[in-house]
Design a binder for this molecule. Structure first.
Ligand SMILES: NC(=O)c1ccc[n+]([C@@H]2O[C@H](COP(=O)([O-])OP(=O)(O)OC[C@H]3O[C@@H](n4cnc5c(N)ncnc54)[C@H](OP(=O)(O)O)[C@@H]3O)[C@@H](O)[C@H]2O)c1
Length: 302
């Protein structure tokens, strides 16, 4: 399998073609980033830096960087045909909406409005669809999803629609953290009680963006990818480590202790990328806390 993004932070030029007769890569192309918020913007900047065109679709486009081509569209409503451009690839990072149906409806509107589905489509879902598999057993992409909440069922239905109507590959990130995503650091500083026994998985935003780029570039990408780092850990261990680095007491335990949550293997992501910039929370939060100590502002919100 040819991940062109593996092992480098440099933007990659050109997309793999999904056509079986084509070579592994064609000229740099145009990508539609649907629901282009924090992750989409970082991905778009990488694609643009690699010579591609990134079209950023969202409702409010004013704050997008100049390197992205803005496209103001509300997918909550039907989209007139002809509004969406022809593109070679598409990455969907829409969040599940305020009501149970909004997410799936938005994906349907997207599929209805496209001139034709691009040759490569990546849908960003969430490891939340695995929530019913809570336990100490290590889970992989081979495990069937087990939604429990309405939100997880909605995400899973979105995956189905995106696969069926758009031929989408699916990436399920665990909790995304990184500069500008410092909720857990605030939790520690504010001494907000947490469930120390909760099993958690996470992915640094930098590695998630690399993973999405690799899903676009790879000649033979996986159909399903769990975007998780190498270090699943109980929440108490993570907040304890952050607290020690900050020189403060760990936040109190929520009682009774309940060990919910899954333990997810990140082997497939590692195979795709070759390495992770932040294989564990120690590296990821360590870099964030170093930047914080050095007075650097969070840079994640582009
Ligand atoms: N945060 C986590 O820990 C986590 C974990 C697992 C998975 N995820 C998933 O990761 C993905 C990327 O997250 P992110 O942090 O980049 O999200 P984000 O910054 O909130 O970006 C999502 C963008 O979608 C746009 N949007 C929302 N509704 C829309 C609509 N009806 N039509 C068009 N655009 C719409 C929003 O912009 P406008 O308001 O301008 O439209 C927003 O900027 C999401 O799919 C999220 O569900 C996140």
């Amino acid at each position: 399998m040819g991940s062109r993004a593996g092992g480098s932070d440099a933007p990659t030029r050109g997309f793999a073609s999904c056509h079986p007769d084509m070579g592994s890569e064609t000229a740099a192309q145009r990508t539609l980033l649907v629901g282009c918020g924090q992750v989409g913007t970082r991905l778009g900047l990488r694609l643009a830096a690699g010579g591609g065109e990134a079209v950023a679709l969202r409702r409010r486009t004013e704050a997008l960087p100049a390197a992205l081509s803005p496209l103001a569209v509300d997918l909550g409503e039907p989209v007139p045909r002809g509004l969406l451009p022809e593109v070679d690839a598409m990455v969907v990072t829409l969040p599940p909406g305020p009501d149970d149906d909004a997410y799936v409806r938005s994906l349907q509107h997207l599929a209805d409005a496209l001139p034709e589905p691009p040759s490569r489509v990546v849908l960003v879902s969430s490891t939340r669809v695995l929530e019913g598999l809570a336990g100490a057993e290590v889970r992989t992409e081979a495990d069937a999803p087990a939604p429990v909440s309405a939100r997880a069922r909605t995400l899973l239905e979105g995956e189905r629609v995106a696969r069926e109507r758009l031929g989408a590959l699916v990436v399920r990130p665990a909790g995304i953290y990184g500069p500008g995503r410092e909720r857990l650091v605030r939790t520690v500083l504010e001494r907000t009680p947490v469930q120390h026994a909760q099993r958690t998985n996470r992915i640094h935003e930098t590695d998630l963006v690399r993973a999405l780029e690799a899903m676009l570039m790879a000649a033979d990408p996986p159909h399903l990818l769990h975007a998780v780092d190498r270090r699943p850990a109980p929440l108490g261990e993570v907040v304890g480590w952050i607290a020690a680095r900050l020189g403060v007491e760990p936040p109190p335990r929520i009682l009774p202790e309940v060990a919910g949550g899954t333990v997810l293997a990140g082997d497939r992501l590692l195979a795709l990328l070759g390495d992770l910039r932040f294989p564990s929370f120690e590296e990821g939060y360590g870099a964030m806390l170093d930047a914080r100590a050095g007075g650097a502002p969070p840079t994640g919100r582009a």
